[in-house]
Write a protein that binds this ligand. Structure first.
Ligand SMILES: [Zn+2]
Length: 332
């Protein structure tokens, strides 16, 4: 990020918060040091022998939670640490590094970004600061999306939603790629990377820690209703059906809490309930707002999904995306 852009975002914050007059004493030379506040420590949760997850401070990015609304993960081995997702900012990345230090003196040797949404990679900056040669991996499509404007979009999104608390974060893209299917070992701990095509985005990878029978799921499943804009219902149903058959004891979503295969089955049932009902109601000629109450009456929605954060506000958007996918499938 260019210094000019920092200055512009700082200006935007100043105008919003305290009025333009407060900006006069600020000079460009001061802006080089300008950085949003530190994120308070959040204790990591040990999920399995080598696997940790740092719980989100809330379901959505706000000024109060500094944009810490996803669960970064890390895997501790005797020969280094593998980090899965780096949070929404430099400051969150630095907080993750402090939590890792509480558990091990080993360096971070690999960082993996599960997809291109900003709460999963904007913290990369902190890891490059701490370990200049660190390998940062994602699917190639993650890099492609970021290079075609999603980088700036997500930086601005986090700035707006946190009152510019991520100021100082420099956009830091992955420098290595995984296609899915790779296996590797760090300090005797075995890993496998999975890619199922278009699921939550076209760039999702999940990180299996085979030694612990754990899988970091990215956003392919979550007990929360958020962003389906870049995803596919049919892709999600297909991917989660495959995941449910795998030899995994614990699934770690990047939003919500870890669980066994029940998490995967619930995620699939949610996608299926929406998609199959939208298909049916579409054939009957209903519009999205007519579909919504009918879908909300379905037992799974009433009993399970309605408890998830974001349900009331976001279900309608999911229905709109499902309608688009039904229409695309007709002409495919
Ligand atoms: Zn996401």
């Amino acid at each position: 990020m260019k210094r000019r852009d920092f200055f512009k975002s700082a200006l935007a914050a100043g105008v919003g918060l305290v009025g333009a007059s407060a900006l006069r004493p600020v000079y460009a030379s001061d802006m080089m040091e300008f950085k949003g506040p530190e994120v308070p420590d959040v204790d990591p949760v040990k999920v399995a022998e080598h696997c940790y997850s740092i719980p989100a401070m809330g379901p959505h990015p706000t000024p109060d939670n500094f944009g810490m609304f996803s669960n970064p993960g890390f895997v501790v081995t005797e020969k280094g640490v593998v980090v899965v997702d780096t949070g929404s900012s430099l400051q969150i990345g630095e907080m993750i590094l402090r939590q890792i230090k509480k558990i091990t003196d080993q360096p971070v040797v690999k960082v993996i970004n599960t997809h291109f949404h900003g709460d999963h990679w904007l913290g990369n900056h902190a890891f490059v600061n701490a370990y200049p040669n660190v390998e940062i991996y994602s699917h190639q499509k993650c890099i492609d999306n970021l290079k075609s404007g999603q980088d700036k979009f997500w930086f601005d999104f986090m700035q707006q939603n946190t009152n510019n608390k991520i100021t100082g974060t420099v956009i830091t893209l992955p420098n290595k790629t995984f296609a899915g299917g790779e296996t590797f070992e760090v300090g005797g701990v075995k890993f496998k990377i999975h890619h199922f095509g278009k699921v939550h985005t076209d760039s999702d990878i999940s990180v299996e820690v085979s030694t612990d029978k754990v899988m970091y799921m990215g956003d392919m499943v979550m007990r929360r209703i958020a962003n389906m804009e870049d995803g596919s219902f049919r892709g999600s149903i297909d991917a989660l059906s495959q995941v449910a058959e795998m030899d995994i004891d614990t699934f770690i979503p990047m939003h919500g809490t870890p669980d066994d295969v029940k998490l995967i089955n619930e995620g699939r049932e949610f996608m299926e309930t929406i998609y199959t009902n939208v298909e049916e109601l579409y054939d009957e000629g209903l519009s999205d707002f007519e579909m919504k109450p009918k879908i909300m009456e379905k037992p799974f929605m009433k009993d399970v999904a309605s408890q998830w954060p974001g349900y009331e506000d976001t279900l309608g958007k999911f229905i709109v995306v499902a309608i688009k996918e039904v229409e695309q499938a007709m002409f495919a």
